[in-house]
Design a protein around this ligand. Structure first.
Ligand code: CA
Length: 706
């Protein structure tokens, strides 16, 4: 199978954990007395001074500045060998888990896949309530990267969750019952929400994703009490004929050409939103243009504002204040949506109020948080798309050799779209002065698709032909690379130390007692390091995929450490996988149950009745419609069913019940009725039977245990 195709699939599923749909869950009755005591009285004053309450974790990044720095000091390098599991809680879905829990006044609020939210007694792990927004399974196919959710917000007795299908929901923190629900997106388009809301001054801020489809990005603010929209800031202009929403859109429109609005334009806001109380600015990270191919979206050039930018708006009004565009006319999916961390850092003897971001592009950026002026730009992994930044103009010197829109054939760009750093949380320690970055080395070969775009996506790029590019004499760029924990000097723009890990990147948390918590995705381990030196001091086998950032809290004088894990289990979709909240403390004695035994289903294809030509046609259809989830040749990497092993291959009728009949839409397998004809699904099945026979006859080449 073409390695490039695998790369594409691994890139799109790299952030994911394994998938198994929704298991049936019985919501336990909440302890009424306990629930009644829950208040979650988070106020502006408490959030502004969150660093003074290190025992709480009241907002996604720990404090407004998104440093993920815990002021707790009980767990140290000297006693960490005593750190054990205090309690754990199983989630009822084993799809990807990316969330960081909040802990307010003794209660943990944590989101999970399908935008579900659970509340637990933070000391005992007793379930207080569970909330399921009941996202229609069909929405599962509308995002690039699974039905994940990264976190909730808490404010004045309510818990806020952005729901995958575009809703923003406020829950009563005491009961988990809906207080209000508002639709923030046009559900006829492929908008999804996976990021955590933020709250400030009575407003809830939420963005959305979808710049791999027909999409125009924005961030909205809603009244925290009523759910009424207060403002919306679009990240790029729409059709000028419809008028501009504000002066910023008029300015931005001058940087676009052609009819970009017909293809959406992109500019997704799927992760970073940072409220900075010092400036009352809301900093939003803005993603790639859509289509990725810059000539397809803006044929006569232009910077395409505000794609791939940090944009600052007045948090009260949504009025544009400044922007810093990291990559004008970007075309590699180097989203600038990654975590924006604000800090006061001494630079040349002066303390500067700065915002820092390490993005998919492989570059670390530090800008003045009040003006957006670029202060530092250095690469933290090998890159080939630029030779560096001109700090005076803030613009990169782009290496045309990586610009596939200037080429006939494939061009390798490094990093690839999976990114050097994606949503996985960074941490900043004011004690060490270091920024901890979960980094990955990668590359991919891009080829312009002049006529349309592959599958359901709006990229105008494909990833075939990569073998040719990598095998070209003189090519020195490797296909992959290391996953690393980087301790980054934010002023010098270079690593102070680094540790090579493997597999998925894992989010960071750093504590006042010089402990850095992260992990190793391939080893399925949570790990701890000395924050100043990188010396590893602890590990714990979590039995599951691990990618999310951890957090700390304190109850009755004890420091707890909470980490969400899930998915990624060996054996893939059909195997038991574990999605859990793990909570540790010194002297914790709880034990995880042993891993369940599992044997992968055998390849058992029916006899092939199709011709070689039909199989080839089926492969082409499969590549466009199915491969994005089910992997190259059906060999899913664990996230979705390995179709070569599917019992549905036995008959066309069984196959079509799912593919056209949609009987598994509640699990995220949308119906392809209207998208594929019965003739086409027959060709796809013929192709899959061919792949299954090939796998059966050459088991040595089947991915072991996947
Ligand atoms: Ca993107």
């Amino acid at each position: 199978m073409p390695k490039t195709r695998l790369l594409v699939i691994s890139m799109l599923s790299a952030l994911l954990a394994a998938c198994g749909g929704n298991k049936s869950a019985t919501a336990p009755e909440a302890d009424a007395q306990k629930a009644a005591a829950v208040t979650a009285k988070v106020t502006q004053s408490r959030l502004n001074n969150a660093d003074k309450e290190p025992g709480q974790w009241m907002t996604y990044g720990g404090t407004y500045n998104e440093q993920r720095f815990s002021g707790l000091k009980q767990i140290t390098a000297d006693n960490i060998k005593e750190l054990g599991l205090a309690w754990f809680a199983d989630f009822d879905t084993n799809r990807g888990q990316e969330s960081t829990p909040l802990m307010v006044d003794g209660v943990i609020y944590v989101s999970q896949a399908w935008s579900k939210v659970n509340a637990y007694d933070a000391k005992t792990g007793a379930v207080l309530w569970q909330y399921d927004p009941k996202v229609s399974g069909e929405f599962g196919a509308r995002g690039c990267c699974d039905v994940v959710n990264r976190g909730v917000a808490v404010w004045n007795g309510k818990v806020y969750v952005g729901v995958y299908d575009g809703r923003l929901v406020a829950l009563d923190a005491a009961t988990g019952k809906e207080v209000w629900s508002t639709l923030t997106t046009d559900q006829s388009k492929f908008y999804t929400i996976t990021g955590a809301p933020r709250v400030a001054n009575g407003k809830v801020f939420i963005g959305n994703g979808g710049a791999e489809y027909i999409y125009r990005g924005y961030v909205s603010a809603y009244d925290a009490e009523t759910g009424k929209q207060v403002w919306r800031f679009y990240t790029l202009p729409g059709n000028p004929a419809d008028g501009f929403e504000n002066k910023a859109m008029e300015m931005a429109a001058k940087t676009w050409t052609g009819k970009w609005w017909e293809k959406g334009g992109g500019g997704s806001t799927w992760d970073a939103i940072t409220y900075d109380p010092k400036t009352n600015l809301l900093l939003m990270g803005v993603g790639n243009g859509a289509p990725w191919n810059s000539k397809a979206r803006s044929p006569d050039g232009g910077d395409n504002l505000f794609t791939v930018s940090i944009v600052a708006v007045d948090a009260d009004t949504g009025e544009y204040k400044w922007h810093y565009q990291e990559i004008p006319s970007e075309e590699w999916d180097y989203d600038a949506v990654q975590q924006i961390t604000v800090a006061d850092i001494p630079i040349n003897g002066t303390t500067r109020h700065v915002a820092m971001q390490a993005t998919k592009s492989g570059y670390y950026y530090m800008v003045d948080a009040t003006t957006g002026q670029l202060l530092v730009a250095n690469n933290f992994v090998p890159v080939n798309w630029t030779s560096g930044y001109d700090l005076a103009t803030g613009r990169p010197v782009i290496n045309d050799a990586a610009r596939y829109t200037k080429a006939e054939g494939p061009r390798i760009a490094q990093p690839g779209p999976v990114g050097a750093h994606s949503w996985h949380s960074m941490a900043f320690s004011p004690n060490t002065g270091l920024l901890y970055i979960p980094a990955r080395e990668s590359s991919i070969a891009y080829t312009v698709m002049p006529n349309g775009s592959p599958g359901n996506f709006n990229l105008n790029v494909n990833f075939t032909g990569g073998d040719k590019a990598y095998d070209e004499p003189g090519n020195k760029i490797p296909r992959g690379g290391d996953t690393k924990i980087l301790a980054w000097d934010p002023v010098q723009g270079k690593a102070a130390w680094s540790v090579v890990t493997a597999g998925s990147a894992v989010g960071m948390q750093v504590t006042a007692s010089n402990v850095l918590f992260s992990g190793n995705g391939a080893k399925r381990e949570m790990q701890a390091f000395k924050a100043d030196t990188g010396e590893q001091i602890w590990s714990y086998p979590v039995q599951a995929g691990i990618a999310a950032g951890s957090m700390s809290y304190e109850i009755d004088g004890e420091q707890y450490l909470a980490q969400v894990v899930g998915g990624g289990g060996p054996g893939g979709y059909y195997a038991p996988t574990y999605a859990r909240l793990l909570v540790f403390k010194l002297g914790g004695k709880a034990q995880l149950p042993p891993n369940a035994e599992y044997t992968q289903a055998p390849f058992a294809p029916p006899a092939q009745t199709a011709t070689a030509d039909e199989v080839a046609k089926g492969g082409t259809i499969y590549g466009g419609a199915c491969a994005i989830c089910h992997g190259d040749g059906g060999a899913s990497r664990g996230m979705f069913p390995d179709l070569r092993r599917s019992p549905l291959l036995v008959s066309q009728q069984a196959f079509d019940q799912v593919v056209l009949g949609g009987i598994r839409k509640d699990k995220g397998m949308t119906s392809f009725e209207g998208k594929l004809t019965a003739e086409e699904t027959a060709l796809v099945r013929a192709y899959m039977v061919d792949r299954a026979i090939a796998a059966k006859n050459a088991p040595a080449f089947a991915p072991p245990g996947q």
